[in-house]
Design a protein around this ligand. Structure first.
Ligand code: GLY
Ligand code: MN
Ligand code: MN
Length: 451
């Protein structure tokens, strides 16, 4: 299937859902705004994921409107920046509404300057509008404006929409299941990120600074064609490895310490998310190795449970068993205090050393969209069962152990922070790990760093 057809097909799928839910209606999805960084500089532009998922269009200033008739006929309208010879000299070429139908496969394209007027027309006599609800004051203001325009025509017999639906619920459920094109892109993104981790391990030497390893990661990402990082890279030496959202800073990487790197690129709108932890001097110490092997065993247990039919929580529960048993074995948790492994898990004793979940959805956004609970009518939100894993879902598997200095903790373990994170796509029989282009076993990491 060519790329344009992929987006057309997604719009058709959304239209079918609107048809079955409300007999058609209008959906409005805008892309992200440009954001000022300082004075007249802007942050690098990043499109809105939902908008891009349905359009394949990455320019700012655009809105997609889908009009679905009661017979299920779909008209896609793209509103985009008009051509502007002067602005294009400064900011780059714009697609423009004249070329958009051919390039993007939409039926109609208009200048974004006509959005307000056109939407007032499109919303006339429509029952249902699908839009992002409570998104921002500006979005609410625009919606009020459109509604006011339509209501103003009531004496001509025109009715405004009376049903407001959250369009994200429908799109996010679609995005949870990755199609072949998406999985292919995610494989490429993950393999670039894996190469970047290999590069960082290979160049790492005691005395380097965290930001120097970050520079190696960024080099590999951009040199491989990735447009961006998927999130700010974490390069954390020594004690910093125990800070979950640490950024690459200027701390010196010291012999005897671990370095934790959590970094992934974004390629063609898709994220990768990989963490590796390795010894700065290329050789794990005894206590580092002990905790590393426990974390890896926890990851393997979680991977084995990442298969269709299991719930989203089963990999996490499998990881918790191994991590907590490991903490008891290493006397970081005292069996005498808890009586049993089950009780140490039940009481949440492990949380002192492992305080995050093992997985999150992965896709266009690093913490991707999609409900973590099954959608069952008539059950309270927090009582809904955890999501059943199905082929096409993509998620991370990222157990960790983080040991901060404390009086009741053996000093040999102080400041050891370990996370091992890979990206998995659920398939028919289990899952495919798409990020294993970088070694994960301790011996293999040591061999790579030696080479
Ligand atoms: N890199 C963010 C995360 O692992 O969730
Ligand atoms: Mn992650
Ligand atoms: Mn991560």
């Amino acid at each position: 299937m060519n790329k344009t057809n992929i987006y057309q097909q997604r719009r058709n799928t959304l239209a079918k859902q609107m048809l079955s839910k409300t007999g058609g209606g209008i959906a409005v999805i805008s892309t992200a705004p440009e954001v000022a960084r300082n004075r007249d500089s802007e942050f690098p532009y990043r499109h809105d994921s939902d908008f891009y998922y349905l359009s394949g269009f990455d320019e700012p200033g655009a809105t997609l409107v889908l009009k679905v008739s009661s017979k299920g006929q779909l008209e896609s309208h793209l509103f985009c920046r008009p051509k502007d010879a002067e602005r294009e000299i400064w900011d780059g070429i714009r697609l423009g509404p004249e070329a958009a139908p051919e390039v993007l496969g939409v039926e109609f394209a208009h200048s974004n300057q006509s959005l307000d007027q056109k939407l007032s027309e499109l919303l006339a006599d429509q029952e249902a509008i699908y839009i992002r609800l409570a998104e921002s004051a500006e979005a609410d203001r625009r919606l009020r404006h459109w509604m006011k325009q339509v209501r103003g025509q009531s004496r001509s017999g025109i009715n405004p929409p009376s049903e407001f639906h959250d369009v994200e619920c429908l799109i996010h459920e679609m995005r949870l299941f990755k199609d072949a094109h998406e999985i292919d892109t995610m494989r490429k993104a993950a393999s670039i990120s894996a190469r970047a981790h290999v590069r960082a391990m290979q160049v790492c030497k005691p005395g380097m600074r965290e930001y120097q390893l970050e520079a190696e990661l960024l080099h590999e990402f951009r040199n491989s064609g990735a447009q961006s990082v998927a999130y700010n890279s974490i390069v954390a030496g020594g004690a910093n490895s125990c800070i979950l959202h640490y950024r690459a800073g200027s701390t010196e990487l010291r012999s005897g310490d671990l370095c934790l790197i959590d970094a992934g690129c974004e390629l063609d709108g898709y994220a990768s998310d990989i963490t590796r932890t390795f010894p700065v001097n290329g050789k794990f110490s005894g206590p580092q190795r002990a905790l590393y092997d426990i974390t890896l065993a926890a990851q393997e247990a979680a991977i084995a449970m990442t298969k269709p039919g299991n719930t989203f929580m089963q990999p996490h529960e499998a990881a918790l068993q191994v991590l907590t048993q490991g903490l008891l074995d290493e006397k970081l948790l005292k069996l005498a205090d808890y009586g049993s492994l089950e009780n140490a898990i039940e009481t949440g004793a492990y949380r002192r050393f492992y305080m995050h979940r093992t997985s999150h959805w992965l896709g266009m956004d690093v913490h991707d969209v999609g409900s973590y609970r099954e959608s069952i009518e008539g059950i309270a939100q927090d009582e809904k069962p955890w999501r059943i894993l199905k082929s096409g879902m993509a998620l991370t598997i990222e157990p960790g152990l983080y040991i901060r200095p404390a009086d009741d903790v053996d000093e040999a373990f102080w400041n050891i922070g370990i996370r091992i994170e890979d990206d998995a796509v659920v398939n028919d029989s289990g899952c495919e790990l798409i990020s294993r282009g970088v070694p994960v076993k301790a011996d293999e990491i040591e061999a790579l760093m030696k080479s």
